[in-house]
Design a protein around this ligand. Structure first.
Ligand SMILES: Nc1nc2c(c(=O)[nH]1)N[C@H]1C(S)=C(S)[C@@H](COP(=O)(O)O)O[C@H]1N2
Ligand SMILES: [Mo]
Length: 426
């Protein structure tokens, strides 16, 4: 038997003195997170599926293995599906931050509980807490860094966030299974109003506190439970108010104070958000000037087009948004250009168009090429766009030609396209 000394510092009973802590407060915050994190996980998995990571050239996640068991052919309907999914994922993630911090604060004493090793069950629980707390902090931190364009990751963001999500969710399910009976009992017992009125400090009392959250040594309260919950709620609402506009658009875009690409994308037909500028990714003027050509390949054939020749083909219009993984999106833009299915037909795929491998004039960077699935190529709204809102594409929106496909993650709407290869890699 290992002898453990008396608990010291933060492990000492009575070290944590806030009278607000208790199973009820933790249960309320836990219930919000249970719903919120479940939605985060589902929208996150859908977001990953939207990348069609099973197609050659798309997957940035090596050895994803069976974690991708659920992948499916991402649809093109409804055309706003990815915009909605990603808006919810990112906005909700930001809004949950105050709730998450409050929840972690509310359970701090347990993280220091003493002795550290009481039983096998308890060791397992503490291990799961490590994965739970570490996992949730990792997921929120990587997510926030990515949407604020702080690309500080070793390699790509996707694998980190994707693996992290699976590790975290395992610990989360384990934790919820353990704790849900107590949570339900707490939420049923007090009744919200009654509990909020109860004078702080006396509280649900230490009377049989199986949760280990109630301090035996309460300090004088500095804020009521109602006030604390109100503060968390207000924090979330403020974050919602300064975030949601980047995904909803319209006049609300002006309220998106946290949007890293600003609130005002400028006037004119090309006045909507730009992800990466042409200069930013090293597009050279001569690659997208008069000498630019589009190569369309497939089935052993190749056809070369100038922009004028593409404009002479049947032009079609589609009202579609750009929706980025980072949560921001544009309103529907009025794109026009050549249908991808028509281009496939020009190299012989007249019947059922296959998928396509898209390459651009960009020489470096992971977004310079992409693979689209056959269902995406076949959708009549899927275009090699040449114009937008009645004007030529601007250099930053992908002139001379770009991909636009309904419900497609922004990153697959490749700009400055130079080559389409049908039926390979797809
Ligand atoms: N060649 C190329 N195409 C690209 C990108 C890129 O970096 N290079 N960025 C993609 C990303 S991540 C998004 S969200 C959209 C944004 O399109 P927009 O800048 O016209 O709004 O372009 C996509 N197409
Ligand atoms: Mo993006």
């Amino acid at each position: 038997m290992v002898r453990v000394g008396p608990p010291v510092g933060p492990s000492r009973p009575g070290f944590w003195r806030s009278p607000l802590r208790g199973p009820w407060l933790t249960s309320v915050l836990g219930a919000v997170l249970l719903v919120g994190i479940t939605v985060m996980f589902v929208t996150g998995l859908l977001s990953y599926a939207a990348y069609n990571p099973d197609l050659g050239g798309n997957d940035k996640t090596p050895d994803r293995g069976w974690l991708g068991f659920y992948l499916f052919a991402w649809p093109t309907d409804p055309y706003w599906l990815y915009r909605l999914n990603q808006g919810v994922h990112v906005t909700l993630g930001i809004v949950l931050i105050p709730v998450l911090l409050a929840k972690l604060w509310s359970v701090i004493p347990r993280l220091f509980s003493w002795p550290p090793v009481k039983s096998v069950g308890q060791v397992l629980e503490r291990l799961s807490l490590l994965l739970l707390v570490g996992g949730v902090l990792f997921e929120f931190a990587t997510g926030v860094l990515n949407i604020q364009l702080a690309y500080v990751f070793p390699g790509s963001f996707y694998p980190l966030h994707f693996y992290g999500a699976w590790v975290f969710i395992g610990a989360f399910v384990f934790h919820v299974a353990f704790r849900i009976p107590l949570m339900i009992r707490m939420l049923r017992s007090g009744g919200l109003r009654e509990e909020l009125r109860r004078p702080t400090g006396r509280g649900a009392a230490v009377e049989a506190d199986e949760s280990g959250l109630v301090t035996p040594n309460p300090a004088a309260p500095t804020i009521s439970r109602r006030g604390a919950l109100g503060m968390v709620g207000a924090g979330s609402l403020v974050l919602l108010a300064v975030t949601a506009g980047q995904s909803i658009g319209g006049f609300l875009r002006a309220t998106a104070l946290l949007a890293p690409r600003g609130q005002d994308p400028g006037p004119g037909p090309n006045g909507f958000q730009v992800n990466k500028t042409a200069v930013g990714v090293g597009i050279r003027a001569r690659d997208v000037g008069p000498a630019w050509r589009l190569s369309v390949r497939g089935g052993g054939r190749e056809r070369i087009f100038t922009r004028a020749q593409l404009l002479a083909l049947p032009q079609h219009r589609a009202a579609l948004p750009i929706a980025c993984v980072e949560g921001w999106s544009t309103e529907d833009q009025d794109w026009s250009g050549v249908r991808l299915a028509d281009l496939a037909a020009l190299v012989g795929f007249t019947d059922r168009a296959p998928g396509v491998f898209v390459q651009s004039a960009q020489l470096r960077g992971s977004f310079r090429s992409t693979t689209l699935r056959d269902n995406q190529v076949r959708d009549p709204r899927s275009l090699l766009a040449l114009r937008v809102n009645g004007a030529d594409l601007s250099p930053d929106h992908g002139y001379p030609a770009r991909i636009i496909v309904p419900a497609n993650p922004g990153v697959h709407n490749t700009k400055w396209v130079t080559r389409l290869t049908f039926g390979e890699n797809a």
